[in-house]
Design a protein around this ligand. Structure first.
Ligand code: CDP
Length: 231
């Protein structure tokens, strides 16, 4: 038996947040929630409806639709993974594109949309035994989480990591496109008025430049273990 806790993992793009969150959730038998995938799914919806284009962003139309947009994670029995669904349609493949990446941080600036997402995140993560990663998990979504991590690394290294990941997944993309997308999102995420990306004052800040995934996992586990073992 162990104590179940809430673990919040925030930070900039491509610092290892979601890879680590998944690994930790599997080992701990916790629920993992990828809050970024939720903002990406919302962006996919807005692009599909043409509420956001190169020249237009009609946030009011998106806000009006928000109660009819159902975003959740459903088990894919073929690969035994929980995958994001938008109104019951699997959209995992559509949300990792450069187009979605280039618009998502603008969608994520809108307070009304964020409020709705936080409500959904609370309902998905009701109870303990949750690991959620994103930009505002330790500051806004679960300010009382027992454990908060904030991961960061240099911009160039993060771009290299994300470029490799996208190429491995057969995306047609250049390193420069990835680098400028990461810079654009950092800038928008850090400087927005609503729930900006920042480390919670009680978070453990880890620079991941010099750590491989298992070293990072060991560091994170060294903080988790004392909190979950029965005293
Ligand atoms: O995987 P990566 O770290 O690049 O991004 P993500 O977690 O998929 O998040 C995509 C975008 O969604 C971020 O750049 C933020 O603009 C937004 N986001 C947010 O505002 N709040 C969250 N809790 C999670 C993501």
């Amino acid at each position: 038996m162990s104590n179940k806790i809430i673990i919040a993992i925030d930070g900039t793009s491509s610092t290892g947040k979601s890879t680590l969150a998944k690994r930790l959730a599997k080992k701990l038998n916790y629920i993992y929630i990828d809050s970024g995938a939720m903002y990406r799914a919302l962006t996919h919806y807005a692009l599909d409806k043409k509420y956001i284009t190169e020249s237009v962003f009609d946030s009011q139309k998106l806000i009006k639709d928000i109660n009819n947009i159902n975003i959740d994670f459903q088990l894919n029995k073929d690969n035994d993974k929980y995958e994001i669904h938008l109104n019951d349609i699997p959209v995992e493949k559509h949300i990792r594109t450069l187009t979605v990446s280039n618009y998502v941080s603008r969608i994520a600036t809108i307070g009304e949309l964020r409020k709705h997402m936080v409500k959904v995140q609370h309902s998905l993560g009701a109870g303990k035994g949750i690991i959620m990663d994103g930009r505002d998990i330790g500051t806004v979504v679960f300010p009382n989480a027992e454990l908060k991590f904030y991961l960061d690394a240099s911009t160039e290294l993060r771009a290299k990591r994300r470029f490799k990941e996208l190429i491995d997944n057969r995306h047609d993309i250049t390193y420069d496109e990835v680098l400028s997308n990461i810079k654009l999102r950092d800038e928008q995420d850090i400087n927005r008025k609503n729930s900006p990306l920042k480390a919670a004052s009680d978070s453990i800040i880890i620079k991941t430049d010099k750590l491989n995934l298992s070293e990072l996992e060991d560091v994170m586990f060294s903080y988790i273990t004392p909190l979950i073992s029965n005293k």
